[in-house]
Design a protein around this ligand. Sequence first.
Ligand code: NAD
Length: 256
Amino acid sequence: MLKGKTALVTGSTSGIGLGIAKALAAQGANIVLNGFGDVEGPKAEIAALGVQVTYHGADMSKPAEIAAMIEHAKTTFGSVDILVNNAGIQHVARVENFPIEKWDAIIAINMSSAFHATRLALPGMQAKNWGRIINVASVHGLVGSAEKSAYVAAKHGVVGLTKVTALENATTGVTCNAICPGWVLTPLVQKQVDAKAAAQGISNADATKQLLGEKEPSMQFTTPEELGALAVFFCSPAGDNIRGVAWNMDGGWTAQ
Ligand code: NAD
């Protein structure tokens, strides 16, 4: 379905981003990977799906590096047809104790990077009258949780940016939507499970049960594969007139 298209997925060396990149590659899209850590492993996983793959190591807190990454994508594959703004980090502390540098980093990586990548990718999509921008927000783009001020502020911001981008392109073939996952067991969440287990002197399994039980009626993690399938749906012809939604996939978290 996506043969001949190029998808750039930020923060795709791990977790949800890698899951979405693999799902888009399975549909034939060429992939631009981004993110830190192991690159060769994720690159090989994408190449095994029979598409072309390239990597750019832009730090998503740096607008000039984001611009260089978009240029790299265009030079390598000719265009960016699908942009998935996914890179993100977390830090947990009460507002009065929240380190200023962590606030600044979360706002830059989780929110402003989506603005920069979007503003730079949009003109190419508009020229072709086809494009998909998928912002990986969170349930925290819809509701709050204690000790996550920067994350919740950034994710609400991403949902707002999604709506405005969708509206500004509403008469075109370019759509913009947000995905709002609940708990997904990636390194970002594993750190929170480990911290809970250590703080309460309980096992990892009990900490996991507690984490899910506090928020997620299904008592199940959403998986990167499920989120990848939702991204593919947004890219399908059925997604042509889905504009500006914040689609939660959260085991019932926000239905409560
Ligand atoms: P993860 O830690 O597995 O992956 C994060 C990715 O972002 C990695 O590839 C990492 O290298 C990259 N990254 C981090 N800082 C970066 C930077 N400055 N520049 C470039 N890349 C950077 O985490 P994940 O859980 O897969 O998170 C992906 C997205 O999903 C994030 O935006 C997160 O907020 C969101 N999300 C996660 C969950 C969850 O439960 N895991 C729930 C809702 C939303």
